[in-house]
Design a protein. Structure first.
Length: 202
């Protein structure tokens, strides 16, 4: 079975990559959806896949969100602060694209799509167990049961994932989660808030 991990370079997806990296059938998929943090994310993803010797596929889907006013996008001139980071149906879009990519890359093989969503402090419908379950059914329906979707950290809190990060000897400094495109993390956005709760910023 081939496996595709949706890799953003953040702590959760990077930890998931480290967890499954020994599987020679693993592949990484990165999406440019117009995020402000694209330069940091792309650099991080390239370094991680090189470190773990995992093939990396990149796709540009910027046009999907051209009507969005979400502040995590490069088209927004507003600073990305906490509470302003919900991008319309982002995980639905990414998973739909991932299903298509999986069918293109591995048309005759079974494929498992992995994503690193965790138990949320804030309720996002496209990070919920119900969402993952329904999208898994959709993937199976559209592929004659050849493609499935799994989120191994779905019921884990960030602090539990971070404990796994440490066990896997993955340095959090080798990941990037900030929504802004500053030289250093902004310490104000929701992604930085997660890291502050984990004690990752001195």
């Amino acid at each position: 079975m081939k496996r595709i991990i949706l890799l953003s370079g953040g702590l959760d997806s990077a930890t998931l990559l480290a967890l499954v990296a020994n599987d020679k059938n693993i592949n990484a998929l990165f999406f440019n959806y117009g995020q402000k943090s694209l330069p940091h994310e792309l650099q991080t993803v390239e370094k991680l896949t090189k470190k773990y010797d995992v093939p990396l596929y990149k796709r540009n889907i910027v046009d999907v969100f051209t009507s969005s006013e979400c502040t995590i996008l490069a088209t927004s001139d507003k600073f990305t602060e906490q509470g302003t980071t919900e991008l319309e149906f982002r995980n639905g879009v990414l998973l739909s694209c991932a299903i298509s990519v999986a069918k293109q890359l591995f048309p005759t093989e079974d494929v498992e799509i992995l994503l690193g969503v965790t138990k949320q402090y804030v309720s996002y419908s496209d990070c919920s167990p119900e969402f993952i379950e329904l999208y898994n059914k959709l993937a199976q329906l559209c592929s004659n049961n050849k493609i499935s979707i799994r989120a191994p950290f779905l019921y884990k809190e960030k602090k539990e994932v971070f404990e796994l990060t440490k066990k896997l000897s993955l340095d959090p400094k080798d990941t990037w989660s900030c929504y802004n495109n500053n030289e250093k993390p902004c310490l104000a956005c929701a992604a930085c808030a997660d890291r502050i709760r984990l004690g990752l910023f001195e």
